[in-house]
Design a protein around this ligand. Structure first.
Ligand SMILES: Cc1cc2nc3c(=O)[nH]c(=O)nc-3n(C[C@H](O)[C@H](O)[C@H](O)COP(=O)(O)OP(=O)(O)OC[C@H]3O[C@@H](n4cnc5c(N)ncnc54)[C@H](O)[C@@H]3O)c2cc1C
Length: 520
């Protein structure tokens, strides 16, 4: 007799009940790790099944949205008084609370805002863009790079991006053409390819008839073309040695990174608009100010104890399954009866630091033809990021005067807020002399101190990453973990969306298989 999938499930269910059947089936690979069947879930897939979704960041909201469409009875618990988690738009009236720091209250002018967390969406993050389309979240172009922006060396000397990109390309093309013409690459290239490469280099580097680089209009004008006989002339090229001496030269290529390439997007009015869109589309209760304190599995259900941070009242919620998106830094401190290996894995995942410092300012950079994009300054403030909205108007704007992650971010966040603000202002003054004083209404976010996150994104420990990552990507009994930290893109919202979709798929598979077992 051939043993069919159905026979096997029935047999396992008869012997050990649904729990045993599920465990054995998981071990046999019945629920593939990348099962992402959510798109095809029938509307009654979750009929009669209660799911508690912990956290209303992008992962929790994606999960809640999809589970609700598949008929699950969901309740969302969110510790903050707003949706979005790290997708947070700071605007007039917003409060920034950080552990050990005074509360900052934002007083930006109308339409001025600061995306304290995510600020850009690459055009290949299709899952997130798909929800923006479905939820009616209007997008606009985020101008991620500007050839008018600067690379500032440690000595304070600036290189304009267009010169950094094109003069480097010109010099390298000339060198390569020389090597080709001297026969230095004859063993590496066929005669035919050599013949094709030379004219290519001429165009690539804007070389002259003799394959030398004498500068190019691509790098900027010395005199701009004008009326009648006023011809444009190119700036003299920056010497190769000077280009290479600038410590930021590699940032001339930052927008070749796949996640930085044009076209980039941002939601009109700020990144939090995506979370607001989900909030409008989800009918089930989303409790805000609902801080999860305890997670306990009792037989066939899970009980969540949560505190209303506004009223201080304790509450409980019972569910058949839990989908937990709470960042691991925070989850490690929640009283839960997870298995020991799971607890150990949760506690072992380090999170990166990241800081942003924003100001309200008149648009002085636009007088230097900078519309959007980023200047790289190095050091603990790292960069200056220009806004993409309200271009070429006299309206005030938000200037991001520091966005730094990693080791420098740890040092920077240890400084008093006043010193962080002074350093961000000083870096703008160095880059745009005379304009440090234009910066007003500073707002600082150190993600390592932000309650309910306590870190920017997971940076898995290389030694334990594979085992712990795999472990947390499987349920611990009735509790499923998900969020950007359980994807290959922990620093992108797309990671949160894809992780949540996968988890919803896994849960729906389990519910379906459990029903099959029960139906016997
Ligand atoms: C500085 C910075 C820049 C970034 N830039 C980009 C970018 O440009 N583009 C991009 O796509 N992504 C970017 N990201 C990454 C992006 O923000 C995250 O990948 C994504 O938002 C994570 O979503 P999540 O739902 O997994 O986690 P979170 O957004 O952290 O959601 C977790 C939720 O759990 C809640 N919670 C925590 N504790 C409890 C508790 N005890 N009880 C109940 N609820 C609780 C939190 O309040 C939060 O709402 C950036 C992140 C940072 C920090």
């Amino acid at each position: 007799m051939t043993i069919t999938r159905r026979h096997l499930i029935r047999k396992l269910g008869t012997i050990g009940g649904t729990g045993a059947a599920f465990g054995a089936m998981s071990a046999l690979g019945f629920f593939p790790r990348n099962a992402a069947a959510f798109a095809a879930l029938p509307a009654d897939a979750g009929r009669g099944v209660r799911v508690a979704v912990l956290g209303a960041g992008i992962a929790g909201l994606t999960a809640a949205y999809e589970l609700e469409r598949a008929g699950f009875a969901i309740t969302v618990l969110e510790a903050r008084d707003r949706l979005g988690g790290r997708s947070w738009t700071v605007k007039n009236g917003s409060r920034i609370e950080m552990q050990g720091e005074d509360t900052q209250v934002c007083s930006f002018a109308e339409n001025v805002y600061f995306n304290a967390g995510p600020a850009r969406i690459p055009s290949h993050h299709e899952a997130l863009l798909g929800y923006c389309r479905k939820l009616g979240v209007a997008l606009e172009v985020e101008v991620n790079s500007s050839r008018s922006a600067f690379l500032m060396g440690d000595d304070g000397k600036t290189l304009q991006m267009r010169a950094a990109v094109n003069d480097t390309r010109g010099h390298v093309s000339e060198l390569l053409a020389k090597a080709l013409n001297q026969g230095a690459l004859d063993t590496a290239l066929s005669a035919e390819d050599k013949e094709k490469l030379l004219p290519f280099l001429k165009g690539y580097g804007d070389l002259d008839e003799n394959f030398t680089y004498g500068g190019s209009e691509r790098s900027g004008y010395a005199t701009a073309p004008g009326a009648f006989l006023t011809k444009g002339t190119a700036k003299p090229p920056v010497p190769l040695a000077e280009l290479l001496a600038n410590q930021r030269i590699s940032s001339a290529l930052f927008d070749e990174t796949i996640t930085m390439q044009a076209t980039m997007f941002q939601p009109v009015g700020g990144m939090q608009q995506i979370a607001e869109g989900f909030g409008r589309a989800i009918a089930a209760p989303i409790h805000r100010n609902a801080e999860v304190r305890e997670i306990r599995t009792r037989g066939d259900s899970v009980t969540i104890a949560w505190r209303n941070t506004a009223t201080r009242q304790m509450n409980t919620l019972e569910a058949d399954y839990v989908l937990c998106t709470v960042p691991l830094t925070v989850l490690a401190k929640i009283d839960a009866d997870f298995s020991s290996p799971v607890k150990r894995a949760i506690a072992g995942v380090p999170y990166a630091s990241s800081n942003k410092v924003a100001f309200e300012s008149p648009r002085f950079w636009e007088k230097q033809q900078i519309y959007g994009g980023i200047s790289f300054v190095g050091g603990e403030t790292s960069l200056v990021w220009y806004p993409s909205t309200g271009l070429n108007t006299d309206t005030p704007a938000m200037l991001l005067a520091c966005y730094v992650s990693g080791r420098d971010a740890v040092t920077f966040a240890k400084r008093p807020l006043a010193e962080q603000i002074a350093m961000a202002r000083a870096s703008v003054e160095r880059l745009h002399p005379g304009h440090g004083a234009d910066l007003a209404k500073p707002m600082v976010v150190n993600w390592s101190k932000v309650p309910y996150n306590m870190g920017a994104w997971s940076s898995w420990n290389a030694d334990t990453a594979v085992a712990d990552f795999n472990l947390l990507n499987q349920p611990d009994g009735r509790v499923y973990f998900t969020g950007a930290h359980l994807s290959q893109m922990p620093a992108w919202q797309e990671g949160a969306v894809l992780a949540a979709q996968r988890t919803v798929g896994m849960l729906a598979d389990r519910v379906r298989e459990t029903r099959l077992v029960r139906a016997g």
